[in-house]
Design a protein around this ligand. Structure first.
Ligand code: SF4
Ligand code: SF4
Length: 162
């Protein structure tokens, strides 16, 4: 799903259509219901949101195969279990594309280094035992994609310059 003037070309050539904010929210809600991970571009004003599954998304599939997926993702959230409420049903574990949830003594546990804070687990927990929490040290992304790419370019030049 794209936003702003970047997507006008897709509409002009018939590969996309304009939708209302309410339809967009419905689509994103349905995608999350289906277990897809919603990923916005890395800026305060994103120019797209991908809805992905690790089996066909190279990015998600790639990071989920690594020992520490969190090292490759900017996220301000993490999942946490309230062990008093957890009944060990395993629904969250089935949904987690990062294999970040294990059941121990019939209580879900989140492996922090694997959790990318997508919220897929919390969205389906029948007991509301799994919650998405905001990190204390927030990462503030660049305001828009132009600033994002300027930042990437600056960092590359710095590395190249030694
Ligand atoms: S879905 Fe909720 S109740 Fe079920 S195992 Fe996960 S945290 Fe526990
Ligand atoms: S938020 Fe939940 S589903 Fe997403 S990576 Fe973390 S544990 Fe897995």
């Amino acid at each position: 799903m794209g936003f702003g003037h970047d997507v006008q070309l897709s509409i002009d050539i018939g590969r996309g259509r304009e939708i209302t904010k309410s339809e967009a929210l419905d689509v994103l809600g349905k995608n999350q219901e289906d277990g897809l991970i919603l990923q916005a571009s890395n800026s305060i004003k994103p120019n797209y949101i991908c809805s992905c599954f690790g089996c066909c998304c190279g990015v998600l599939g790639g990071i989920s195969s690594l020992p520490r997926p969190l090292d490759f993702v900017h996220t301000n959230y993490y999942a946490e279990v309230n062990s008093e409420l957890c009944v060990g049903c395993g629904t969250c574990q089935e949904r987690c594309q990062m294999n970040a949830i294990k059941l121990k003594n019939e209580i879900a546990r989140v492996i922090t280094k694997r959790c990318i804070g997508c919220g897929n687990c919390a969205a389906v927990c029948p007991e509301e035992a799994m919650q998405l929490k905001r990190k204390e040290d927030e990462i503030i992304p660049p305001p828009d994609s132009e600033e994002l790419y300027n930042e990437i370019l600056k960092r590359k030049q710095k590395i190249k310059g030694g």
